[in-house]
Design a protein around this ligand. Structure first.
Ligand SMILES: Cc1cc2nc3c(=O)[nH]c(=O)nc-3n(C[C@H](O)[C@H](O)[C@H](O)COP(=O)(O)OP(=O)(O)OC[C@H]3O[C@@H](n4cnc5c(N)ncnc54)[C@H](O)[C@@H]3O)c2cc1C
Length: 298
């Protein structure tokens, strides 16, 4: 961890940048690959970790821009198989500027995300990291089954993890693997072609989508998709399943409540004696994710 600190970033080069969305959408997400060869990050990052990007220039107060973190979307051996190229999934932050003055209503563009999406191929990127030590795959991947639940760019680490499990040089992992990806519109689905083709190629990999604002039909959120899948329910009842969640915090509660119905709440949550074991209390601060529940939520 932290082989490269924010005060002394090293230089990587963007070697690939392309939209990774299923169609035209009001949000814009790009898959960006960065060559880190010759830096301390080469061969020294793991899927589930993040790396930092320091955008060029200075902020409004004249200070150098702060580092922004991006989840690694490649397997631990990188996009190139040798740990020289890592990737991430960058969503452009675009908003209308909020100020106290109702006359001020111009466009707000997030500094780093838009810069990173705009940089041309071969451009230099100041990078740091890697960071994160808990949200990782286990060392013995075959000893577990997996439920991955993502909203939006929370898909980034799962792209890398699923590639690591299914495209391992020694042959694919035969464990059961379910991915649930939630986005507002069908056109927002990221890496949809990849997951669809992996689903078709591997009997043990199952790709589920949850569209919260569909053109037709009912709204569906990731927690509902988990509740409605009997296969995922059975897997969660297994004693070797790891549950990973990445994205919006809101997804947690519905899934934790479902654990009561499945009778597995103690397998995934650390529940202090001072709080009554009741679905109404899953949101309590002291109820924490246990060792089999890995979270990266915000
Ligand atoms: C561990 C971790 C992993 C991450 N992984 C990813 C990833 O894989 N992909 C990804 O895209 N992002 C990821 N992020 C988020 C990323 O680090 C950046 O925060 C994000 O890209 C926005 O940075 P920015 O420089 O574009 O926006 P900034 O210029 O930093 O702007 C965002 C800030 O502006 C404020 N703001 C938003 N709208 C307005 C407005 N209308 N008016 C005024 N202020 C406003 C917000 O409060 C926010 O603080 C991750 C973050 C963490 C902590």
């Amino acid at each position: 961890m932290n082989l490269v600190r924010p005060k002394e970033p090293v230089i990587g080069r963007v070697v690939r940048s392309e939209s990774c969305m299923a169609g035209r959408s009001a949000s814009f997400v790009r898959h960006v690959e960065i060559d880190v060869s010759g830096t301390p990050l080469e061969g020294n990052f793991r899927v589930g970790q993040a790396f930092g990007v320091v955008p060029p220039g200075r902020d409004a107060s004249g200070k150098l821009h702060a580092v922004r973190l991006y989840s690694i979307a490649s397997p631990s051996w990188g996009e190139d198989g040798a740990g020289k190229v890592l990737s991430t999934t960058v969503k452009r932050v675009i908003d209308e500027r909020k100020t106290d003055d109702p006359q001020v209503h111009d466009l707000f563009l997030g500094v780093c995300s838009n810069w990173l999406c705009d940089v041309p191929l071969e451009a230099e990127v100041a990078i740091t990291g890697p960071s994160g030590k808990r949200f990782l795959l286990p060392s013995d991947t075959a000893a577990h089954d997996y439920v991955f639940v993502a909203t939006g760019t929370g898909i980034a680490p799962f792209r890398g993890m699923i590639k690591e499990l299914l495209e391992a040089p020694g042959g694919p992992c035969n464990s059961q693997i379910h991915l649930v990806l939630g986005v507002p519109y069908g056109t927002d689905l990221m890496y949809d072609d990849l997951f669809t083709s992996l689903d078709q190629a591997h009997d043990n990999f199952h790709y589920h989508t949850a569209i919260s604002r569909p053109e037709r039909g009912p709204r569906r959120y990731v927690d509902r998709a988990v509740v409605e899948s009997s296969q995922i329910g059975e897997l969660l009842q297994g004693d070797r399943t790891l549950l990973y969640m990445c994205g919006l915090k809101g997804m947690e509660e519905g899934i934790y409540r479902h654990m009561f119905d499945l009778g597995v709440v103690d397998q995934y949550l650390e529940w202090p004696d001072s709080i009554e074991r009741d679905p109404a209390n899953v949101g309590e601060r002291k109820v924490r994710a246990g060792a089999r529940c890995l979270l990266e939520v915000y």
